[in-house]
Design a protein around this ligand. Structure first.
Ligand code: DC
Length: 215
């Protein structure tokens, strides 16, 4: 069984998807981490960002592994490095590149082959697993998502202003929504869940009930 969770940045997808996978005993696929690894590798190899073929080749050759919540690139734990603002600022180079998208979707399908999986991203219900019987579109208001981000940063000792976070978030929403292939949109058969005012465990319980009804 494949459970897809798509939605904008900051809607709580990865926390919720990870917890849901654990409760169901399914594997968890963080597809944003895959695009982040492509861009990190591109940056390390000083790729020419205008050269689609070069980044496409990097994506096809990517040696990526998920190991107990860590992301391993060529065997190195890059879980923290792929989440830096530097990588986030470069992410559109990977996400807009059709060769990269094709390689990532193929990898996602390989990783899910023969397994029960909760997968989260932007195009999981629309492009990667259109036949999934259980699709969710998770969102929250821009303000709520930005507030959560500020709180998350504060907990790691970084002070950022709500305005600054909102600006970056709006830019990324716009990039994610306007992408022609793999852009952020809800599948027609996705169930919409708005998480404003909900704690992660409440969202997970709600989703778990819906998944179990379909199992
Ligand atoms: O979920 P995230 O913030 O880690 O994702 C990083 C970026 O990767 C996001 O801005 C768009 C891209 N992405 C994508 O295009 N398709 C996916 N399935 C997942 C992420």
């Amino acid at each position: 069984m494949i459970v897809t969770i798509d939605g904008p940045a900051g809607a709580g997808k990865s926390t919720v998807a990870r917890m849901l996978a654990e409760r169901l005993g399914f594997d968890f696929l963080d597809t944003g981490a895959m695009y982040r690894c492509v861009v990190l590798q591109g940056s390390r190899q000083e790729v020419d960002w205008e050269d689609d073929d070069a980044l496409g080749a990097i994506a096809r050759e990517l040696q990526l592994k998920f190991d107990k919540g860590s992301v391993l690139l060529d065997g190195e734990d890059v879980s923290a490095e792929i989440r830096t603002p530097e990588v986030t600022a470069l992410i559109h180079h990977g996400a807009d590149n059709l060769q990269v998208r094709e390689a990532m979707v193929a990898l996602q399908r390989r990783l899910a082959d023969g397994k029960s999986v909760v997968t989260e991203g932007r195009d999981q219900g629309t492009v990667a697993f259109p036949d999934s019987q259980c699709k969710f579109f998770l969102s929250a208001s821009a303000e709520e998502r930005a507030k959560r981000r500020v709180e998350q940063m504060r907990q790691t000792g970084k002070e950022v202003s709500l305005d600054e976070v909102l600006q970056l978030q709006n830019r990324r929403d716009q990039q994610d929504e306007s992408r022609e292939v793999g852009g952020l949109r809800a599948a027609e058969d996705a169930l919409h869940v708005i998480t404003d005012g909900m704690r992660p465990f409440e969202v997970v319980e709600h989703l778990e009930r819906l998944v179990r009804m379909r199992m």
